[in-house]
Design a protein around this ligand. Structure first.
Ligand SMILES: [Zn+2]
Length: 114
């Protein structure tokens, strides 16, 4: 289950962000996961819970948003949202496309308790 190591990475990112020698508590962490990133949200939530369970982040909520797979066509500039990972333009059917979103994992917001 590679989600545990991803949860660990998220925790490291949050720790790096927090001011040192300062007792702040983290209310929530918002992450975006691409539909095509091979990360299972439930497994990630579970991994995060297990890893933070005995730490000062035990009450931190992990909020996961899913990001659809989108590609931009290099031939006609059309942006397509793909339901399945078949990479072609929905407008002109060209396979000359660039992936815009859908494969990422990003920490987008860290909210602290007052
Ligand atoms: Zn196209």
């Amino acid at each position: 289950m590679h989600e545990v190591s991803i949860a660990q990475e998220i925790i490291e990112i949050v720790k790096d962000y927090l001011p040192k020698n300062n007792h702040v508590s983290v209310k929530s962490v918002r992450v975006e996961i691409g539909e095509f990133s091979n990360i299972l949200p439930d497994a990630l939530s579970f991994g995060f819970k297990v890893l933070t369970n005995i730490t000062d982040m035990k009450d931190t909520e992990l909020i996961i948003s899913k990001v659809p797979l989108t590609v931009k066509c290099r031939d006609c500039e059309n942006i397509s949202i793909l339901d399945e990972p078949f990479f072609f333009c929905h407008s002109c059917e060209s396979a000359n496309v660039e992936i815009l979103t859908g494969t990422e994992l990003k920490v987008i917001e860290i909210e602290l308790n007052d």
